[in-house]
Write a protein that binds this ligand. Sequence first.
Ligand code: PHE
Length: 343
Amino acid sequence: MLDQLNQLRDNALQELEPIWDSAPLEAWRVKYIGRKGALAQAMEQLGALPKAERGAVGKLANEVKTALESAFAAKTGQMQQRALSESLESEPLDVTLPGRPRARGRLHPATAVMREIYRIWGDMGFQIFRTREVETDEMNFQLLNIPRFHPARDNWSTFYIADSDQRVLLRTHTSPGQIRAMRALHPNPIRVILPGMCYRYEQITARSEIQFYQVEGLAVGHNITFADLKGTLTEFARRLYGENIQTRFRADHFPFTEPSMEMDVECIICHGAGCPVCKQTGWLEILGSGMVHPDVLRNGGYDPAEWSGFAFGMGPQRIAMLKHRIDDIRYFWGNDLRFLEQF
Ligand code: PHE
């Protein structure tokens, strides 16, 4: 029995010697020191031995077991070492190579200008009030003094998306938010901006997209005057373009404001001298505005005898185009990385 154990050990160690792969190594382990391996089987015969021999055989069996197990562990270590040095040799690492730069995310220029506008209006006490992009004809037009077949509808070519009793459409401007804000906040005074996407069923050109952002503003209170509107808009322009920006107001018409006006800022490209961007006028239009029409106040739940207010609507992408001298509005939703990576 002792000879048998010695023999087993010698055979096992000899067989282990040339092994350098994990599959044969595992086979070797199962064969010799596995639960049903050669050594385990030899141990089972221990009980059948005469008592006098058992001690010596048991001792040797344990020694063989330890020897094989440590040979196995040593071999495993050697194999790992060998694999490591092989990979170091075959895949040399040049630590002097420059690292690969990681692509960093960035804000879309439209998002960036929206945030800048939020910040300025926020500083001036206006909260963001979000309203829906899918609107009814009533909200988008009728409650804003634009009944069906009114010629002013030509200014807002519309995507209608369902033709039921309540005609459903994609809002053509953020102004229907005025009605929603008034109805939600009544009877409190209001100072909000209503930002969001608008849609118009128009030819796409360098200057107009079918989908674009607007930021509406609405203030409702007691004794709000046209002077407040002019002062507020002038202050906004100064905060956006700088203290010394020149502005001017021009009379205009919107069915939902009375009186109405547009605000121009001095052309930030030529500073008033005249250039192709401002069509030689020296001025750029950035928003439409006016005093909230009494009918609109009433539709929002405010009595025009007690309340007054102003509203404005601006095109942030227009503002971003001027700021970054982007000459075609189609870049905004073109998903062209060559454009987007410039910001
Ligand atoms: N809604 C108008 C437009 O889309 C802009 C506007 C808003 C004008 C608020 C006056 C008051 O052209």
